[in-house]
Design a protein around this ligand. Structure first.
Ligand SMILES: Cc1cc2nc3c(=O)[nH]c(=O)nc-3n(C[C@H](O)[C@H](O)[C@H](O)COP(=O)(O)O)c2cc1C
Length: 209
């Protein structure tokens, strides 16, 4: 086994993170630009944080090419709200295009040909092509620095959930095989969820039967 002391070497740290923590789910975050147009970007440093209150978190890093905050962060700091949409086999190619580094204010929905839907409780719009959309209010921004590669952990309280009937079965249960979520691996790898195995759960009380 090879062991490594951790330094500030960005490339190595990043490689260890994305090679170890996988498959990562992907949040496709939509926010409102200053002029009311839409911003859309995928983030795979993304996780569930709390069930009640219902909190999710994701982490944009300071941009490598400019040393500046990403547009998503600028918009969330100002608007205090956003929508988390999800990646599936049918929208993944266009979602990848949405990660392009456009100038601030350029609309990634228009750029990619994806469609925006008005939300019910927040001004940021939803991604029509995503079968699940979470409308979120900002809860926290934890900053780990202002240098290239440093992250901000942004948490949001989910205040409204939209789910396509096409992926629901029984008692509002989301079917993974109908949802067809896609995750992120290391490098250019993306991971489909087509090979599912099951284990009996060992907790005394189950939240889901
Ligand atoms: C699948 C995928 C996952 C990504 N995950 C992250 C991430 O977790 N954190 C991050 O800072 N950038 C991530 N990126 C890169 C951002 O999407 C990219 O920098 C984008 O331009 C940010 O957009 P914005 O400036 O509109 O916020 C990811 C890109 C892809 C394609």
């Amino acid at each position: 086994m090879k062991s490594f002391n951790i330094t500030d070497e960005l490339k190595q740290n990043y490689k260890f993170l994305i090679g170890s923590i996988l498959p990562r789910p992907i949040a496709v975050v939509s926010t409102l630009n200053l002029d009311g147009s839409n911003n859309l970007a995928p983030f795979s440093f993304f996780t569930a944080v709390s069930a009640t209150p219902m909190i999710i978190g994701f982490s944009p890093l300071i941009r490598t090419s400019t040393g500046k905050k990403k547009d998503t962060v600028i918009n969330i700091e100002r608007e205090k709200e956003f929508v988390v949409n999800f990646v599936t086999e049918s929208n993944m190619h266009k979602v990848n295009e949405a990660s392009a580094e456009l100038d601030y204010g350029e609309d990634e929905f228009q750029y990619t040909g994806l469609n925006a839907l008005e939300s019910d409780l927040v001004k940021a719009r939803r991604l029509l092509e995503s079968p699940i959309q979470f409308e979120c209010k900002l809860r926290d921004i934890l900053s780990y620095g202002d240098h290239i590669g440093s992250g901000r952990f942004i948490t949001g309280e989910v205040i409204k959930v939209h789910i396509s009937e096409e992926i629901l079965e029984g008692d509002n249960r989301i079917s993974t095989s109908l949802f067809e979520p896609v995750g992120r691996g290391a490098g250019n790898d993306w991971i489909k969820t087509t090979d599912i195995i099951q284990f009996e759960r060992k907790m005394k009380v189950q939240l889901q039967n």
